[in-house]
Write a protein that binds this ligand. Structure first.
Ligand SMILES: CCCCCCCCCCCC(=O)SCCNC(=O)CCNC(=O)[C@H](O)C(C)(C)COP(=O)(O)OP(=O)(O)OC[C@H]1O[C@@H](n2cnc3c(N)ncnc32)[C@H](O)[C@@H]1OP(=O)(O)O
Length: 160
């Protein structure tokens, strides 16, 4: 059986992936390219006017989306399918439209079925503009849903 890590890296997944944040074939998505380096995952993004909340300021919900995404990829890319169950965000400074940002994620603690993750957003000069912590539950269900299966929690969870 294909491992989650293999699936994550497969062309087959890239083609069907409709993820709003990372799907290459989602016409209204952010099309993030997530990169992997040692113990971190990261992506870069330059907000356009259509990513605004306040005039000329990037929407905070989109910042959260990107942090959530990069933290999730940290786990998936290491063969741990997982879903976000809790996330706390601190918006430190407004992100100006047109300013490139770097979003980085790392593991804080792996506590069995729960992974504690951290993310931060910086401007090109290194200024931190947002940060987050989150808990992810390792579950096969994320993959079932991603593949178009039921979202019902009544399904049997494989023993881990
Ligand atoms: C191919 C490449 C793809 C790559 C694709 C990458 C895509 C990334 C997408 C971005 C990430 C997302 O947005 S993910 C989507 C947003 N998240 C979701 O939709 C998740 C919705 N929630 C759920 O479906 C469910 O809660 C599950 C499946 C995650 C877990 O349900 P469950 O299996 O029934 O688990 P449950 O019994 O509730 O909890 C299990 C244990 O965890 C504990 N627990 C539960 N919540 C918490 C919590 N906040 N903090 C501490 N502990 C907690 C419980 O007490 C319990 O402990 P004990 O009793 O065992 O001791």
């Amino acid at each position: 059986m294909q491992s989650y890590q293999d699936l994550y890296n497969s062309r087959q997944w890239q083609e069907v992936n409709k993820c709003f944040a990372c799907g290459k074939n989602n016409p209204i998505g952010l099309k993030l390219a997530i990169k992997h380096k040692e113990d971190i995952c990261y992506t870069t993004f330059t907000p356009k006017p259509e990513h605004s909340g306040w005039l000329n300021v990037m929407h905070g919900g989109l910042l959260s989306t990107i942090m959530d995404e990069v933290m999730a990829h940290w786990l998936w890319s290491r063969g741990m399918p997982a879903m976000t169950v809790e996330m706390t965000v601190r918006y430190v400074k407004p992100v100006p439209i047109g300013e490139p940002i770097v979003v980085t994620a790392r593991l804080q603690a792996d506590r069995g079925r729960i992974a504690h993750m951290a993310a931060e957003v910086t401007l090109a000069d290194g200024t931190q503009v947002a940060r987050a912590t989150a808990k992810f539950i390792k579950t096969e269900r994320g993959l079932q849903i991603a593949a178009g299966g039921s979202t019902s929690s009544a399904e049997t969870e494989p023993q881990e």
